[in-house]
Design a protein around this ligand. Structure first.
Ligand SMILES: Nc1ncnc2c1ncn2[C@@H]1O[C@H](COP(=O)(O)OP(=O)(O)OP(=O)(O)O)[C@@H](O)[C@H]1O
Ligand SMILES: [Mg+2]
Length: 356
């Protein structure tokens, strides 16, 4: 099976040049990548051409300026590398504005290849990151819980970035433990992506407080390049920043609690984003989170009727489990995967994946 092979072999990256520092930078750049990437370093241009001609190298990173002279005309080495294999992507360090971003994009595209059986270059070109937004119909209804658990569930098989896009107190960092310390401050869209302990497919972009509607598009594009799914925790307010992200969404999940105030807020949100150019390019659906363990005043069917959009998923009351998972700073879906709440959160993730 292709997906199994991909998992076992990972991607192969060849670094060509006389500078061991370049190979080290490439290794650091793909250290956390999914699927894993192996990096080989070759100084010799002729050997590199033969290696690429073998057809199993996914990407070459070359710096002609640092390649050791060996009697060859090294100025045309990038061209010769490109000619050696059509399926290998060639990155020329001196020609790229940000070669590390190019490399990460190629590696992220390799994940999509693992899911398809088409020819590799075509699959790369066809790759398209799905963007899913979760917006609380009012504060505290479980938007972050749904976004996080959805991202973790999708991260089992795909590369996922979960980004906080909401206003107010950003709580994502309190729900999970991030691992490697980033050199950048949290939130700097690319270099500030934080790996999550025990969940290799997922990285977090914490509170995007430096973002404005003007800079959001660039940040979203940068994060898109990193993942198959970009999940946005949009908080609970239609701020200018959130509004600027809505048209890019392949699906918007409105998180609604089973109580009148939340349902009314959801109805208002749907009416506000019904205006032209403001709504998501994909569909809008409701995720009901029944946080109240007491008998609820309204049923799921009624929520659908009152808000006027379909219910795409529902999560049962699980107050004790949620607070235990939160205390352990682990997502519910990995903390107690057999629980009803975890299973419904996984189901919500699959529904969104199917709908995008
Ligand atoms: N199914 C559930 N049953 C009971 N409690 C839940 C459930 N899902 C989430 N909670 C709890 O509800 C509280 C709020 O959850 P969460 O932080 O996800 O909401 P939010 O909408 O992101 O809030 P905010 O508006 O502050 O961003 C948390 O204590 C969480 O553990
Ligand atoms: Mg939240």
């Amino acid at each position: 099976m292709l997906i199994e092979n991909q998992k076992r072999d990972g991607l192969r990256i060849l670094v060509v040049g006389g500078d061991p520092g370049l190979a080290e930078k490439v290794r650091q750049c793909v250290a956390q990548s999914q699927p894993p990437a192996s990096v080989q370093w070759l100084r010799n241009a002729a050997l590199a051409l033969a290696r690429v001609g073998g057809g199993d190298i996914d990407a070459v990173v070359v710096d002609p300026a640092s390649t050791r002279p060996g009697g060859d005309d090294l100025g045309d080495l990038p061209e010769r590398l490109r000619g050696a294999s059509k399926r290998t992507q060639t990155i020329v360090v001196s020609e790229s504005r940000d070669w590390t971003a190019d490399l990460r994009r190629i590696v992220a595209a390799g994940v999509r290849h693992a899911e398809t059986s088409g020819p590799r270059p075509a699959a790369r070109e066809a790759r398209k990151t799905k963007i899913i937004g979760l917006l609380g119909a009012k504060g505290g209804v479980g938007a972050t819980t749904v976004a996080l658990n959805m991202a973790v569930a999708l991260g089992e098989k795909c590369a996922v970035v979960l980004a906080e896009f909401g206003a107010g107190n950003d709580t994502l960092a309190l729900h999970v433990r991030t691992t490697a310390k980033s050199a950048q401050r949290p939130g700097a869209a690319l270099d500030g992506l934080w790996p999550v302990k025990g969940i290799p497919g997922l990285r977090l972009a914490l509170a995007q407080d430096g973002l404005s509607p003007e800079t959001a598009a660039g940040a979203l594009e940068a994060m898109e390049a990193e993942a198959d799914y970009l999940v946005l925790d949009l908080g609970s307010a239609l701020t200018p920043l959130v509004k600027s992200a809505l048209p890019r969404l392949d699906a918007l999940g409105l998180v609604v609690d089973l109580e009148i105030l939340s349902v009314e807020c959801a109805r208002r949100v749907v009416s506000a984003i019904g205006q032209p150019d403001l709504g998501p390019r994909g569909g809008i659906g409701i995720v009901v989170v029944n946080r109240a363990s007491l008998a609820c005043p309204i049923g799921v069917d009624e929520v659908q009727r009152l808000v006027g959009v379909p219910v795409w998923g529902a999560v049962p009351p699980a107050g004790d489990l949620c607070s235990a998972a939160q205390k352990a700073r682990r997502p519910v879906v990995t903390f107690q995967p057999e629980s009803l709440a975890a299973q419904s959160l996984v189901q919500v993730a699959s529904s969104f994946a199917e709908l995008t």
